[in-house]
Structures are given as structure tokens and as C-alpha cells.
Design a binder for this molecule. Structure first.
Ligand SMILES: NC(=O)c1ccc[n+]([C@@H]2O[C@H](COP(=O)([O-])OP(=O)(O)OC[C@H]3O[C@@H](n4cnc5c(N)ncnc54)[C@H](OP(=O)(O)O)[C@@H]3O)[C@@H](O)[C@H]2O)c1
Length: 288
């Protein structure tokens, strides 16, 4: 991490840099010699990148975020980790950004964000988007489909994906593609003000098709077995998770069944200049 001189005061702030998506975005900005502030709940855990300075910024701490964002023009905001009060944390962060005089907020939202979305967490994203619109901040929403990196995590120890997804499809998107889009938007925010981009992979897949791809890439047989909604809740109750978490897990699948995750957008190729990455390649690059 370098000291920030007066000539390189960061005008871009990045959240979530200790995580997968924010870390990818921060590395892309550093590779382009763009100074950046890395807001982190624990600044000591932020990556040490050329031109970066780490500052404390828990979404729930309005005063800390306002102070951290002072003098910043453009902010990349990943959605917070899943929790019962995630929407409140998001609203607190947005209010602090507006108070700090931020010019443009780039928010990582979700495909089909709507108040009545089948995927329960997509409702939080809709309400966060609404709060951002009402804040008066210029904004860009990156509405990501399910992460392709997350597909292998659906597979149980016995090689079976179980869930009530029917024969529905999802256009899983790779985080490197999302980060490429985010970097393009952060570097020219005015070109993307007021826009919401649906970010998808290049193909929309059933879980049967995803299982075939995973089998090839992981080197062992993966299959998909449909559950009813009742079976899905029953098979997950033993984890002792709160109801909102169970609803989120089960609605991951029912959202696919509903068709709300279906559809391929051209936003990744259009905004990055390269094709979107297929699921097989994402899984292969991750080392299977
Ligand atoms: N589209 C999808 O399929 C999908 C799947 C899973 C998750 N998501 C959402 O996408 C987000 C980014 O994904 P990811 O893979 O990068 O997740 P990740 O690796 O878990 O990283 C999340 C990052 O957000 C930071 N963060 C979380 N809550 C925060 C808070 N209240 N205040 C400040 N920072 C906070 C974490 O910081 P710390 O180091 O302090 O924890 C971490 O840097 C997730 O947080 C989740 O909301 C989407």
C-alpha cells in the first residue's frame, strides 16, 4: 500500500476488497495505476495494492463511512454479506455517501431485482436501488445473475445438486467479467449514469446442463435431482439457519424454476470488448 500524495488523492473508493468481487475490481484499478480508497471493516485485511489506501468503513457505521468517503467522487459498493438487517446496512451506507458529497455510486445489484422477486434477496436489492435513486446520487446498477463461481457450491458431497429449480434456466456470470464491467464503469462513470446493466454469462442453463458441465470440469459425476419446495425446506432445516436464510437458500432454486434468472444479455461483451465467459471456463480457471 503506498502513501497517497497530493497529486494522487483517490477519487475512487472500492468496498469489499477483502472479498472476491471487490478484490478483483481493486486489482483491475491498481493495474491501471488508478489511486483508490479501499473501505473495509478491518483495514488491516485490505489488499496491499499500488496507489491504494485502506480506510475503515463498516456499512452500518454512518459516521465512519461519511468520513471515509469525504472527497471521493465515485464509489463501488458490493452488497453486504447476507444478514437479517442487510437492507438497513445498505441504506445507512447510501445515506453516508450522499452526506459525504459522493458524485456517483456503482452498486452491485441482482438480475431481476424487484419487490416481488422470487429470490428473496433480490427484493433487498430492489429496495436498495430505490433508496439510491431517492438519494439524488448519480448511479449505475450492475444487476448480476448468479455467480458462475458459486455453481460448484450447489453440489452436495454425494455429487448431487438438489433443489426445486424444475427445468428453469439461469445465465450464470463470472466474477472476472463483472469486475471488468465494473472497472469500465468506474473509469468513465458519466457515460453510465442512470443505467442498470443486466450482467449474465453467454448461455442460460438448466441445472441438468450445469451438472453435465460440472461433471466434465470437476472430473466426477454431478447430477441434478429436483426437489419439491417442501422437500427443500425439510432437507435444509437441520442446518439450524434462521427463516430468512432458509427462504434465501430455497428461493435460489425457485427463482430459477420461475424463469426470472433466464435470458442472456449483451452487456458484458458490449462494456468490456470481450465475450462473456462460459461456466465451463470459469470452473476450469478456478481449478475445478
Ligand atoms: N450473485 C450471486 O450469485 C451472489 C452470490 C453470493 C453473494 N452475492 C453477493 O455479492 C457480494 C459480493 O460477493 P463476493 O463473492 O465478493 O463476497 P465475499 O467474498 O464474501 O466478499 C464480501 C465483501 O463485502 C464486505 N462486506 C460485507 N458486509 C459488509 C459490511 N456490512 N460493511 C462493509 N463491508 C462488508 C466483506 O468485508 P469483510 O472482509 O469485512 O467481511 C467482503 O470484503 C456478497 O457480499 C453478496 O452480497 C451474490
Amino acid at each position: 500500500m503506498s502513501q497517497v500524495s497530493e497529486t494522487s488523492v483517490p477519487t475512487i473508493a472500492v468496498t469489499g476488497s477483502t472479498g472476491r468481487l471487490g478484490g478483483r475490481v481493486a486489482r483491475r484499478l491498481a493495474e491501471r495505476d488508478v489511486p483508490q480508497k479501499l473501505l473495509a471493516r478491518n483495514p488491516a485485511r485490505a489488499p496491499r495494492l499500488p496507489g491504494s489506501v485502506a480506510v475503515r468503513g463498516d456499512y452500518a457505521d454512518q459516521d465512519a463511512v461519511r468520513e471515509a468517503l469525504a472527497g471521493t467522487h465515485t464509489v463501488f459498493m458490493v452488497s453486504a454479506s447476507e444478514s437479517a438487517d442487510r437492507l438497513t446496512q445498505h441504506k445507512t451506507f447510501v445515506d453516508a455517501a450522499a452526506e459525504a458529497g459522493v458524485g456517483h455510486l456503482v452498486y452491485v445489484s441482482f438480475y431481476g431485482a424487484a419487490p416481488d422477486a422470487t429470490f428473496t434477496l433480490a427484493r433487498d436489492h430492489f429496495h436498495t436501488e430505490q433508496h439510491i435513486r431517492a438519494s439524488g446520487l448519480a448511479y449505475t446498477f450492475l444487476r448480476d445473475n448468479f455467480y458462475a463461481e458459486f455453481v460448484p457450491d450447489l453440489v452436495g458431497e454425494d455429487g448431487v445438486i438438489r433443489g426445486p429449480a424444475g427445468h428453469g434456466r439461469a445465465a450464470f456470470v463470472g466474477q472476472d467479467d463483472i469486475a471488468d464491467v465494473a472497472a469500465a464503469v468506474l473509469l468513465r462513470p458519466d457515460d453510465h449514469a442512470g443505467r442498470a446493466y443486466d450482467l449474465t454469462g453467454p448461455e442460460s442453463l438448466t441445472l441438468d446442463e450445469a451438472a453435465v458441465i460440472l461433471s466434465e470440469q470437476l472430473g466426477h459425476t454431478v447430477t441434478y435431482q429436483q426437489e419439491t419446495v417442501e422437500e427443500a425446506y425439510a432437507s435444509r432445516t437441520s442446518y439450524g439457519a434462521p427463516m430468512w436464510q432458509l427462504d434465501a437458500w430455497v428461493s435460489t432454486y425457485t427463482a430459477i424454476a420461475s424463469g426470472e434468472l433466464d435470458g442472456v444479455s449483451d452487456a458484458v461483451p458490449r462494456l468490456t470488448g470481450h465475450p462473456a465467459t462460459p461456466l465451463a471456463e470459469v470452473v476450469r480457471s478456478a481449478g475445478g
